[in-house]
Each structure stands twice: as structure tokens, then as C-alpha cells.
Design a binder for this molecule. Structure first.
Ligand code: HEC
Ligand code: HEC
Length: 182
């Protein structure tokens, strides 16, 4: 009886394990390795991080397609209700940087195609893409609303290494909940 009960447990663990590894691979190939390959950080990326991380972390360009970044950069004077406008020169540098590194850019290749395809045409939010919503659907709302997180757009409240582009499961820790074990 005991050993029979163990079978489904082991099966679940294996399935879980494979899923985790598949996901890890996806991010390692799509992000970390490519980031490592483009080190040292280019002056354009430095400008991007400098200009776009004063109110929230600098979201990786890979999370949105070119068309969404273009729309966002053309409306910085009313950016989610705040004025985030820059000098024309800086705006041009960041515009080019985002186009070059977007989810559907040549540099990023096919790894983020899923993400590019999952962005709608109206919202400018990463958190509104179908891909993002699917990944985060199991998180109870109270952990997002709590004061330590406040908004799902506050990626680094849960993804400890978000700023370096590492979103792997082992780096997730939700305040007042802890490690995420899917
Ligand atoms: C003056 C403050 C400020 C600056 C500077 C700023 N932002 Fe934002 N940004 C916001 C606010 C406020 C939100 C909405 C956050 C929320 O809903 O929690 C936001 C949201 C976003 C989102 C959507 C997050 C989501 O929900 O997926 C993106 C993408 C974004 N900003 C990109 C940028 C980029 C690119 C720059 C640099 C050109 C930038 N931001 C500069 C204030 C700012
Ligand atoms: C409240 C905590 C929380 C916040 C805030 C949050 N995430 Fe997540 N994220 C998670 C959890 C938990 C998972 C794993 C979900 C699962 O596997 O069921 C996850 C999964 C992911 C994944 C998939 C990782 C993989 O290996 O498959 C990505 C990419 C991701 N998040 C990006 C983001 C980005 C970008 C932001 C901000 C715009 C963000 N997350 C905000 C908790 C959070």
C-alpha cells in the first residue's frame, strides 16, 4: 500500500522537475547567456538603465515587442499617469536601444517570440501580455496587494535577481510567503 501511494508522488516530482528545467533553459538561453555575451554593458544599455530605473526597475527590453516600445517612447509625457519625458537626444538613444533588443528583434531571436506574440495591441504593460498573465495566474491577489509588493509591475519584490535578467524559479521569493514551489 505504502509503495503504491508513492508512485503518483514520484511521477509528479519528475514532471515538475522536467518542467522546471525546461523553463530554466528557456531563460538561460534567452536572457542570461545573451546578456553575458553582450558584456560589457553597452553605453546605450547604460543610458536605458539610468533613465528608466528611477521609478521602477529598468524592465528588460526582451519583454515587449518593438511596436509596444515605440508606442511607449512616443508618449513619455503621459506615462501611466506620470511625466517620464526625456531630452530628444536621450529619447532617440533609448528608442533605438529598445527596438534593437525587443522581444521580436533580430538580436533576441526566437527565444522571446512567444512573448512578442502574446502582447496585445492596446496595452503598454508587460503585465498585460498573455504570456505574463499565464505565468502569474496562480499567485493569490493578497500577495500582490500587500505593501511589500503593491503592484505586479514591481518585479524585483519577488524576483530577487530581476534586475540582472534572471527570472528563474529558484530566485523567486514572495514577501510573507517565501519560496515559490510550483
Ligand atoms: C517618473 C517615473 C517613471 C519613469 C522615469 C519611468 N516610468 Fe515606467 N512606469 C511608471 C509608473 C508609475 C508605472 C506604473 C506602475 C504600476 O502600475 O505599478 C510605470 C510602468 C511601466 C511599464 C509597465 C509595467 C507593467 O505593468 O508591465 C513599463 C514597461 C515601463 N513603465 C517602462 C518605462 C521605460 C521604458 C522608462 C524609461 C523611458 C520608464 N518606464 C520610466 C513611472 C515611471
Ligand atoms: C508577487 C510576486 C511576483 C511579482 C511582483 C512578479 N512575479 Fe514573475 N513570477 C512570480 C512567480 C511566483 C512565478 C512562478 C509562477 C509559476 O511557476 O507558477 C513567476 C514567473 C515569472 C516568469 C517565468 C519564469 C520561468 O522560468 O518560467 C517570468 C519571465 C516573470 N515571472 C517575469 C516577471 C516580470 C517581468 C515581472 C514584473 C513586470 C514579474 N515577473 C513580477 C512572482 C512574481
Amino acid at each position: 500500500m505504502k509503495s503504491l501511494l508513492l508512485i503518483p508522488v514520484i511521477a509528479t516530482m519528475l514532471v515538475g522537475g522536467v518542467y522546471l528545467m525546461a523553463d530554466d533553459d528557456h531563460y538561460e538561453k534567452g536572457n542570461i547567456k545573451q546578456r553575458a555575451a553582450q558584456l560589457p554593458v553597452s553605453p546605450q544599455q547604460q543610458s536605458y538603465i539610468k533613465e528608466c530605473s528611477s521609478c521602477h526597475m529598468a524592465y528588460q527590453a526582451e519583454f515587449l515587442p518593438k511596436r509596444t516600445w515605440a508606442k511607449m517612447m512616443n508618449g513619455l509625457d503621459d506615462h501611466f499617469g506620470v511625466d517620464a519625458s526625456l531630452t530628444a537626444k536621450d529619447e532617440k538613444i533609448l528608442f533605438d536601444y529598445l527596438q534593437k533588443n525587443a522581444a521580436d528583434s533580430k538580436r533576441v531571436g526566437k527565444h522571446f517570440a512567444k512573448m512578442a506574440a502574446s502582447a496585445g495591441d492596446t496595452s503598454l504593460r508587460i503585465s498585460d501580455t498573455r504570456y505574463f498573465k499565464k505565468e502569474h495566474r496562480k499567485i493569490p491577489q493578497k500577495y500582490i496587494d500587500q505593501k511589500e509588493v503593491k503592484s505586479i509591475a514591481n518585479c524585483n519584490a519577488c524576483h530577487q535577481k530581476a534586475e540582472s535578467g534572471d527570472y528563474r524559479e529558484r530566485g523567486i521569493s514572495i514577501p510573507n510567503y517565501g519560496r515559490w514551489d510550483d
